[in-house]
Write a protein that binds this ligand. Sequence first.
Ligand code: HEC
Length: 157
Amino acid sequence: MEKFIKAALCATVLATTVSPVMAEDFPFEDQIEGRQGYFQMVKFNMGVLGAMAKGERDYDAKLAQAIADNLKNAALMDNALMWPKGSDMDAEGLSGKTKAKAAIWQEGSDIGEKHENWVAAVNTMAENAGQGVDALRGAIGPLGKSCKACHKEYKAK
Ligand code: HEC
């Protein structure tokens, strides 16, 4: 919770202090690319764990642990700068470039909570991934759900 909210707050401060320059010269495209790249990396790592859980790839405790640790470390990143207020899909010039909904930054947004749930699911995965395929399978459902819960509210299809 704190982290995403802090992120949103930092972004708000940034946006209000530098926005006249930023809005014209840097229409948030670098930040958007950065956060999309981050999620592509997350997806790749998730895909390896998913394939093992489904039996499409042989279970390998060492690899599963390494991948789960990648996610755990990724979840520790402070990505505040990648989420400036105003970088949503409805912003001028950003249509087709981002799928981030404006609701992320609006009053009543619970994206911080969704992010916390995801971090918790990632940590559970890191505790289980190397403990056998059944342990990995038990952790992957809640992890996948934590991604979807956030996408459902805050990412366009
Ligand atoms: C707290 C919210 C949140 C969580 C949790 C979350 N996502 Fe996302 N995700 C987003 C948002 C918002 C976007 C849209 C970013 C944009 O287009 O600017 C996104 C975009 C993506 C994308 C598209 C990236 C691109 O190239 O455009 C992928 C893939 C993705 N997420 C995968 C995942 C996976 C896999 C998980 C779980 C392991 C996950 N996400 C968890 C909010 C979240």
